[in-house]
Design a protein. Structure first.
Length: 190
């Protein structure tokens, strides 16, 4: 193990007193910005690399499962409701995950003065979120989904699918009967 990770483990042990829950053998790399620590749960053996910005605002909570990896420069924001990231998830660098949208009803006013709307956001167990992806409010990923690099994802997606593009769409699904990945034609995508 790289020597700097020992410091990250010590920071993780120290974090147990500040977070709602901080699991065994989990660690945090610095620098990071975390707001609402008392509303954030982190499972066992979860590795969080430097550059994380994580915010649990108002009545929100964030739950991160066990054996999950969050790479550098990831931004996770939850406001007014829960945001869940499952077990065994890998989140590549520069990913954005949220359950909140800025409202935009009046073009005469600044977006920042128009309030927010919240929608359930959840990432299922075993998912892989590629570099630079944006997981928008209202996204629910089933188990073992793959999100391609720089995808902009919004919607509900079933287990075992590959999601790419802007806006993101399913391009492959795993068929458990044939034990094979199958391409999805554009007209089949909902």
């Amino acid at each position: 193990m790289h020597p700097v990770k020992y410091f990250w483990i010590m920071r993780g042990l120290f974090s147990k007193i500040f977070f709602k829950h901080f699991g065994n053998m989990s660690y945090l790399g610095k620098p990071l910005y975390i707001e609402g620590k008392r509303k954030i749960s982190v499972g066992n053996r979860t590795r969080i690399f430097p550059g994380l910005r994580m915010e649990a605002l108002q009545d929100a909570s964030i739950h991160i499962g066990s054996n999950t990896v969050i790479e550098q420069n990831v931004h996770i924001i939850s406001m007014g409701s829960d945001l869940t990231i499952g077990d065994d998830v890998t989140i590549a660098p520069n990913v954005f995950i949220t359950n909140v949208n800025h409202n935009y009803q009046d073009p005469q006013k600044s977006v920042m003065d128009q309030g927010y709307s919240m929608k359930k956001t959840a990432i299922g167990d075993g998912c892989f979120i590629g570099y630079g992806a944006a997981i928008q409010a209202g996204t629910v990923l089933g188990k073992h989904c793959i999100v391609g690099s720089n995808a902009v994802v919004k919607g509900v997606f079933p287990d075992n699918c590959v999601i790419v593009g802007i806006p993101a769409r399913i391009v492959k699904k795993y068929d458990p009967e044939s034990n094979k990945w199958e391409s999805v034609k554009s007209e089949e995508i909902k």
